[in-house]
Write a protein that binds this ligand. Structure first.
Ligand code: PLP
Length: 368
């Protein structure tokens, strides 16, 4: 029997899940993690006002969500002093990257990213048959100049840059990003992934005219706002670009409860400020734990700290594995030379206490 006729792109891809989740690891190992420090979630949780809004929305769940996410877009537009038509809401940055890629990438179209940068973008581009070209990190930073040069060289339609970066936690100043705009090739679009921008130092967000056709910005409620499971993100861009999302997006893809929660979270900017404090204190604690173990923590503008273990990938993988066996879930970068590091998300005191307790043992075992 011939079976259903998949596209050539689907035939060319592997069905192995590239993003093994902590739940899968827990099922495989047969016990739950004590400390969940691997997915850059915020265990500080969402604003109490967001929790209340979501609780109130539960009884309305028989209704579809407003397909235009009007109230949330209006609040976001007001905050950024832009038009509501400059904002589209979607199922997290990941969902929005999917729509954006669908708007631009046909089989063989080229995109540029950094080797070892946020992998979901590559996963999505591959699904549309795009041709991914990569540049190296410079030190532990994504390299904006190299990205632009590569885009010129290969005629890329999209250029992906996360600022701050995951998995290294590094960042560029807004001025640096502003400085590369003039060099973006004609007809190329810079995707500025700002998943961690609320946690970054003042001046990390560039000032870019919202109608500038060369840039699109991605933001999320998953990280600082503590709502990863709600799946809400937003894209800021020129009206024409945002209007095109309506051609492909899942108009009824948002969860009504999540929409209500995101709106309440966004309107509670005081809570966000308190989260910045919690996150920076937790980062300090991770830095301290790293130093206690003679490891080198890298500077971070995010809700995680990437720690240089001073050895190769095998060593770092060993540490991740050993910590997992001891109930502490962390992750690590994928490619050389970043994969000499482990990546630890911030968490509450109990979780970081578990890390402090188990890391020396995990390191000792990796050294034998
Ligand atoms: C976590 C993360 C995302 C995913 O955000 P969602 O809104 O949860 O889909 C996107 N980009 C980067 C760089 C991230 O670290």
């Amino acid at each position: 029997m011939p079976g259903p006729r998949y596209t050539d792109i689907i035939h060319s891809l592997s069905a192995n899940d590239p993003f093994t989740g902590p739940e899968t690891l827990e099922r495989n190992q047969g016990f739950p993690f004590r400390a969940r420090l691997g997915a850059n979630e915020s265990s500080f949780g969402p604003s109490p006002k967001a929790l209340e809004a979501m609780q109130n929305a539960i009884s309305e769940v028989w209704m579809y969500a407003d397909p235009e996410s009007h109230d949330l877009r209006k609040a976001i537009a007001k905050h950024h002093a832009i038009d509501i038509r400059n904002v589209v809401i979607g199922e997290g940055i990941d969902g929005l990257l999917g729509y954006l890629t669908r708007l631009f990438v046909a089989p063989g179209d080229r995109v540029v990213t950094s080797d070892g940068a946020y992998p979901t973008f590559n996963f999505i581009v591959s699904g549309y048959g795009g041709d991914i070209r990569k540049v190296s990190y410079n030190g532990d930073h994504e390299d904006p100049t190299a990205l632009i040069a590569k885009a010129h060289e290969v005629g890329a339609k999209l250029i992906y840059l996360a600022n701050p970066d995951n998995p290294m936690g590094s960042w560029h100043s807004g001025k640096t990003i502003e400085g590369i705009l003039k060099d973006i090739p004609e007809g190329a679009l810079l995707i500025l992934d700002e998943a961690y921008i609320e946690l970054a130092p003042e001046g990390t967000a560039p000032k870019i005219d919202i109608e500038d056709p060369r840039v699109v910005r991605m933001r999320t409620f998953s990280k600082a706002y503590g709502m990863a499971g709600a799946r809400v993100g937003y894209t800021l861009g020129a009206r024409d670009l945002i209007a095109n999302f309506n051609k492909v997006r899942n108009h009824f893809g948002m969860c009504r409860i999540s929409q209500a929660g995101a709106l309440a979270a966004f309107e509670d900017q005081d809570w966000l400020m308190s989260i910045r404090t919690n996150v920076s204190q937790a980062r300090e604690r991770i830095v301290q734990i790293a130093h206690e173990n003679d490891l080198k923590p890298l500077p971070s503008a995010t809700n995680f700290v990437t720690i240089d273990c001073g050895h190769d990938r095998d060593f770092a993988e060993n540490v991740v594995q050993n910590l997992g066996e001891r109930g502490v879930f962390i992750r690590m970068p994928f490619v050389e030379p970043q994969n000499r590091c482990i990546r630890v998300s911030v968490g509450k005191q109990e979780s970081l206490g578990a890390l402090a307790h188990e890391l020396p043992k995990a390191l000792a075992k990796a050294r034998t």
